[in-house]
Design a protein around this ligand. Structure first.
Ligand code: GLV
Length: 314
């Protein structure tokens, strides 16, 4: 089989994949066009439109990330070619750490102490116990479920939400529209780990934000499209003095509808927004490559494997 790899650091991925799959010929997108045309499989992250159209007889695609939104929205994506995506692959634990940091940031008042530091103000806030700090996790796929379990293991009550019913040990699971409203009303920190699909776009709108308790916080290591940004800014309120603080205490954001986040975005300068450059869950090469190799072998052997449902968007 011939596999074409496209991602930043493609040479490193190519060499490591070739080691795992000695039966395959692995090339990168900088190989000559004649070779690219012969590729049986693509292993790609955010490929250019033209590259997806090049192979003459493509048998399968492996998405080198967990979210398939960029691939499914690519106009060059050939119809009917099965897609396999990475599932967790070591990303979930890294995202879990990001989320735990975010929750503690608010639960232990680091945001308030930072502001007080600027004013040289020595004043301790009463501790809100973890048991009184319910956390909501929207999205209970491979990543959301693991992150929810990590947060629960830390001692926070965790509410999880998915579109269809799920049951996870130690997590209070909600589903459907009514379940979402129910969850939003309870949580002090809300974590977004849903895929970007037509059904989830701007799921966090003015209505959803208004349901959160006063002083709730938002942590988004998922997708920027999940949030209505204008509604978020309104919920935060314009500034940092008590008179201009809205119902939302703060937001830690790792993903944005347009990345890099445009320089003109008002989020950059907001005093209660923390911005990170889509770094919450980098893909550790090792586990990811094991999954890629297994997926390619399964394709070649015609074995059943879990593929992406393009209509559902994940
Ligand atoms: C990263 O955002 C991914 O979807 O893997």
């Amino acid at each position: 089989m011939k596999v074409l790899v496209h991602i930043d650091d493609a040479e490193q991925w190519r060499d490591a994949l070739a080691e795992r799959l000695p039966e395959a010929e692995v090339i990168t997108s900088s190989a000559p066009a004649a070779q690219r045309r012969e590729a049986d499989y693509l292993a790609v992250w955010k490929p250019p439109e033209g590259l997806l159209r090049e192979p003459a007889a493509l048998k399968g695609i492996v998405n080198l990330g967990a979210g398939v939104d960029a691939l499914l929205n690519n106009p060059g994506l050939p119809e009917g070619v099965p897609i396999v995506k990475l599932r967790d692959a070591g990303m979930a634990e890294l995202i879990g750490d990001y989320v735990r940091y975010g929750i503690l940031h608010f639960q232990r008042d680091f945001d308030r102490y930072r502001r007080q530091q600027h004013a040289r103000e020595w004043r301790e806030h009463a501790l809100v116990e973890k048991s009184n700090w319910p956390v909501g996790v929207l999205g209970l796929g491979a990543i959301g479920a693991k992150v929810a379990a990590m947060v629960a293991a830390d001692g926070f009550p965790v509410h999880g939400w998915s579109r269809s019913p799920k049951s996870l040990a130690g997590i209070t699971c909600h589903h459907g529209d009514a379940g979402l409203d129910d969850l939003l009303e309870r949580v002090k920190s809300l974590v977004l780990l849903l895929p970007d699909t037509p059904a989830t776009r701007q799921i966090i709108d003015a209505r959803a934000l208004a349901r959160l308790p006063e002083g709730a916080s938002l942590i988004n290591p998922g997708r920027g499209t999940l949030i209505d940004e204008a509604a978020l800014l309104t919920a935060l309120g314009p500034g940092d003095d008590p008179a201009s603080v809205g119902r939302l205490r703060g937001a830690i954001l790792d993903a944005f509808p347009e990345e890099p986040l445009p320089e003109a975005s008002p989020l950059w300068a907001h005093p209660r927004v923390w911005i990170t450059p889509h770094m919450a869950g980098p893909t550790p090469l090792g586990e990811a490559l094991d999954q890629v190799a297994a997926a390619l072998r399964a394709f070649e052997a015609g074995e059943a494997q879990e593929t992406v449902d393009p209509d559902a968007g994940y």
